[in-house]
Design a binder for this molecule. Structure first.
Ligand SMILES: *Cc1c(COP(=O)(O)O)cnc(C)c1O
Length: 377
C-alpha cells in the first residue's frame, strides 16, 4: 500500500539531523522564541530572497497577521479564490471583513481578468458585472489574496498590476508553494507580503503547526512581530496593540532547520507517464514558473470512477477541494448561488491528487501510473 504522504520515509532519511537539532533545544530549554527561531527566520529570508521572515504558529496566522497589520475590518472587501482551503477566506471573515470570491482559470489560480472585473463591480456596487456577496452597505476594496494552488504561483505580474491600479494591498497565500519559482526568482518574493504554512504535509513541513510571513517591507515585518506577541511594544509586558499568541515553537523551528524540499523529479516522472492516458489532464505550468508541487493534481471527467479504480488497486488519492468556498455552509451568509464560479465548480468535480512527496520511488511512480491507466481505460 502506497501512503498518500509518507512522513515516515522522510523521517528515516533525516532522522539524525532532526534528533540532533531537537536534542539541542531540549538541552538549552528555551522552548519559546529560542535561538533556533531567529536562525530559521534568517535562513528562510535568504532562501526566499526577501529581507524579513516572521515565523508564526500556523499558515492561518501567517494570513491573519498581515491582514491585522493592514487594519482590515468591517466594511472591507478582500478578494480571493473560491477554490482553496477554508483558512484563506476564514481569516477575512474572522476580522469582520467580507470575502469577495473571484473564479479561477485552468491553472486552478485566481483569474486576473475576472479579478479586475470583481474590483470594479464592488466599487460600482454593480452585481451585473461580477457575482457579489451579500453585504451590509457599500464595501471598500482593500486587499487581494491570490492563492498558489497545489504549489504553482499565481499570475503575480497581472495581479500586482491590478491591485496597484486600484490602490489595493496584495497578500500571497503561498501555504502550498514554498520553494516554487516565478519569473526566475523564488515566488515568495513576488508579492509585497507572502504567507506560508509548515503544516506537516506542506512542501516544507514541521512536526506540528507552523507558518511564516515573508516581506521586504520593514514596517510590515515589525507590525507582524508585534502582533504575534500579543501586540508587544518595547518589552514583553508593554502591550501597544491588540495581538494574538502566534509564535512558532522553538522545537518546530529546530525540525524545519533540519529539512528542505525536493519534489520536482517526482512531478516530471508523473507527467511523462500521464500524457499518454486518454481523458487525463495533467497540471499546467506557465513557462516563467516552477511549481513547488505541494500536490500533483490531475483532472478527469469521470473522476469518481477513476478514484474507485485506484482504491481497488491500493493507490490512495484525495480530492482537493470537493466543494468551492462559495458553496460552503460557513459562507452561506454571503449569498452566492451555484453557477457563480463555473471554473472552480468544474475543478471541484474533476480533480484528484496522487501521492506526492520527495521520497516517492520510481517503482512507486510506475505502480501509480499503471493504476491510473488501468482505471481510465
Ligand atoms: C494549509 C493551507 C492554509 C493554512 O495553513 P495552516 O498551517 O494549516 O494553518 C492556508 N491556505 C492554504 C491554501 C493552505 O493549503
Amino acid at each position: 500500500m502506497i501512503p498518500f504522504v509518507d512522513l515516515t520515509a522522510q523521517f528515516a532519511r533525516i532522522e539524525q539531523d532532526v534528533r540532533r537539532r531537537m536534542d539541542a533545544v531540549l538541552a538549552h530549554g528555551k522552548f519559546i522564541m529560542g535561538p533556533e527561531v531567529a536562525e530559521l527566520e534568517r535562513e528562510l529570508a535568504a532562501f526566499a530572497g526577501v529581507e524579513h521572515c516572521v515565523s508564526c504558529a500556523s499558515g492561518t496566522d501567517a494570513l491573519l497577521l498581515p491582514l491585522m497589520a493592514l487594519g482590515v475590518g468591517p466594511g472591507d472587501a478582500v478578494f480571493t479564490s473560491p477554490f482553496t482551503f477554508i483558512a484563506t477566506a476564514e481569516v477575512i471573515s474572522l476580522l469582520g471583513a467580507t470575502p469577495v470570491f473571484v473564479d479561477i482559470d485552468a491553472s486552478f489560480n485566481i483569474d486576473p481578468a475576472r479579478l479586475d472585473l470583481a474590483i470594479q463591480a464592488v466599487k460600482a456596487n454593480d452585481p451585473s458585472r461580477h457575482p457579489l456577496p451579500r453585504a451590509k452597505g457599500q464595501l471598500t476594496p482593500k486587499v487581494v489574496i491570490p492563492v498558489d494552488m497545489f504549489g504553482l504561483p499565481a499570475d503575480y505580474v497581472r495581479c500586482n498590476a491590478i491591485a496597484a491600479a486600484h490602490g489595493l494591498h496584495l497578500l500571497s497565500d503561498a501555504a502550498q508553494s514554498l520553494g516554487s519559482e516565478y519569473t526566475g526568482r523564488k515566488a515568495a518574493a513576488a508579492a509585497r507580503i507572502t504567507a506560508t504554512s509548515f503544516f506537516p504535509a506542506k512542501p516544507l513541513g514541521c512536526y506540528g503547526d507552523g507558518g511564516a510571513v515573508f516581506t521586504s517591507d520593514a514596517d510590515m515585518a515589525a507590525l507582524c512581530q508585534s502582533l504575534r506577541l500579543h501586540g508587544k511594544g518595547g518589552h514583553k509586558y508593554d502591550n501597544v496593540r491588540i495581538g494574538i499568541n502566534g509564535r512558532l515553537d522553538t522545537l518546530q523551528a529546530a525540525v524545519l532547520l533540519a529539512k528542505l524540499p525536493k519534489r520536482r523529479a517526482v512531478a516530471r516522472a508523473y507527467t511523462g507517464r500521464m500524457a499518454s492516458i486518454p481523458g487525463i489532464r495533467t497540471p499546467e505550468t506557465p513557462e516563467n514558473s516552477a511549481s513547488a508541487w505541494a500536490q500533483y493534481t490531475l483532472r478527469h471527467p469521470r473522476r469518481d470512477a477513476i478514484m474507485d479504480g485506484l482504491k481497488a488497486r491500493g493507490v490512495p488519492s484525495v480530492i482537493y477541494y470537493p466543494r468551492p468556498l462559495h458553496l460552503q455552509t460557513a459562507f452561506a451568509p454571503l449569498g452566492y448561488a451555484e453557477g457563480a464560479f463555473p471554473t472552480a465548480e468544474a475543478a471541484s468535480r474533476e480533480v484528484f491528487s496522487l501521492p506526492m512527496h520527495p521520497y516517492l520511488s520510481a517503482a512507486d511512480v510506475d505502480v501509480i501510473c499503471d493504476a491510473v491507466a488501468d482505471a481510465a481505460s
